[in-house]
Design a protein around this ligand. Structure first.
Ligand SMILES: *Cc1c(COP(=O)(O)O)cnc(C)c1O
Length: 429
């Protein structure tokens, strides 16, 4: 049935998409066999928290790490039980002092910024670039103070941040550079993969990411010293500090961030699927780009020269003035047509209560009550105007991580957009 001619579903017509699309599913028989093999072997995790061979984990963990290092072109890969753990470990590996500042982005998942707080350091939020939604290097540069120790970028929605510009700033001020590539595994950045242009980068392996093993993460670094520190932090650092190099490694706070053998075995298989998962997302995005081209007041995702995009999120920007409609009005109409994965803005991490009210370390005493200039660090609205405007008014996202899209499904998503855009007058009235 051609539903485009019917009235908007929001106004009582027939929706374009009337049944849910197939949910995201990327595991199959090979993963089942890999998991079963570990279970039959009986050793589901082979770590020991004391010095020695087993400090670095069991055979499936090590095989996965070797495979990930080779795949991404990193000298070291360190598996962890989630990417949230990975982020905490990455910041911890830098050895910051309480109150040191780390510049990060408000357009990411909360874990990027809370990893800084977990290490008693202070997140400083730099605004984002309105084209890419990634941290804006010029905004970063303006926020560097004598207390700044690192930049923690995020490669958001599937596209690398501007790592070359960030590296120039980091080098100029003697800062470390980290990145959160949870949403962009397999994206290209120049000659290599996104995530590999930082001192430490890494990827999430949770169910919603391009590849997954249930829960997990993988850190990548070319730095021997940082890799050793990450491995220590992952596995109760204090247990072996005396057996290693006390002067360098003593005093670190360790955790249990160990990935299990079953998850590692599954993750190894999943890594083989990454290339195809990326290609399939890119096919979906190419079809959307073609199908949505020319809709007035709608900007489809931008891809920086020299990069590829892997479309965790298909991020669009609306010109609500030109459209004469609010984003929320359009979103309601699209949602009524059955479009899955619509995102009403994204994030403004700096405005979460944990930051705005500065309560994570209690309300007195923590160094974030005063900056070196003597004025209090605040996380009030207005801090990141580009991010705030996009979040409040003009960003419209399509999360592509929720469904398996066949070309006909993408076709129906496009049809829903075109139907809504064809009846904007009815919507305005
Ligand atoms: C998913 C995600 C994380 C957290 O990863 P987990 O493996 O779920 O802990 C961190 N940052 C970003 C940008 C993410 O998308």
């Amino acid at each position: 049935m051609n539903t485009s001619a019917s009235p908007l579903a929001l106004l009582g017509g027939t929706p374009v998409i009337d049944a849910p699309l197939a949910p995201f599913r990327s595991v199959g028989e090979e993963e089942a066999q890999a998991a079963a093999q570990v279970v039959r072997g009986g050793v589901l995790s082979a770590y020991i928290g004391a010095a020695g061979e087993a400090f670095m984990g069991g055979p499936a963990v090590r095989a996965f790490e070797a495979k990930a290092a080779a795949y991404f072109g990193a000298k070291h890969a360190v598996a962890v039980n989630s990417w949230t753990s990975g982020l905490i470990a990455a910041v911890a590996a830098l050895g910051l002092e309480p109150g040191d500042e780390v510049i990060t982005t408000p357009w990411t998942m909360a874990a990027t910024a809370t990893a800084i707080l977990h290490n008693n350091a202070i997140p400083i939020f730099a605004d984002i670039d309105p084209q890419t939604f990634n941290i804006d290097p010029a905004a970063v540069e303006r926020l560097v103070t004598p207390r700044t120790r690192a930049i923690l970028a995020a490669d958001i929605f599937g596209l690398s941040a501007d790592m070359r510009a960030l590296r120039v700033i980091a080098d100029r001020h003697g800062l470390k550079l980290l990145t959160d590539t949870a949403q962009s595994p397999g994206a290209r950045y120049g000659s290599g993969f996104a995530g590999l242009f930082a001192d430490i980068g890494g990827f999430s392996l949770n169910y919603h990411k391009h590849i997954h093993c249930g829960e997990g993460g993988i850190l990548v670094t070319d730095d021997d010293r940082l890799a050793a520190r990450l491995a220590m932090i992952r596995n109760h650092a204090e247990a072996v500090t005396t057996a290693q190099e006390p002067s360098e490694l003593a005093g670190m706070l360790g955790y249990n961030f160990r990935l299990g053998e079953i998850e590692a075995a599954i993750a190894s298989i999943q890594l083989d699927r990454l290339k195809e998962r990326v290609a399939s997302r890119q096919r979906v995005a190419a079809q959307l780009n073609a199908g949505l081209a020319g809709l007035p007041g709608l900007r489809t995702p931008q891809v920086t020269a020299g990069s590829t995009h892997v479309y965790y999120v298909y991020g669009m920007v609306l010109d609500t003035q030109q459209l004469g409609l609010s984003r929320d009005g359009l979103l309601a109409a699209l949602r009524a047509e059955g479009v899955p994965g619509l995102m009403n803005g994204y994030q403004n991490i700096h405005l979460l209560p944990v930051f705005r009210r500065k309560i994570a370390h209690g309300t007195t005493g923590f160094p974030w009550t005063a900056s070196p200039q003597g004025d209090a660090i605040t996380y009030a609205p207005g801090l990141c105007p580009v991010a705030e405007e996009l979040h409040a008014r003009s960003f419209l996202g399509l999360a592509l991580c929720l469904c398996e899209y066949e070309p006909q499904d993408v076709g129906r998503v496009i049809e829903a957009f075109r139907k809504v855009w064809g009846q904007l007058d009815a919507l305005r009235a």
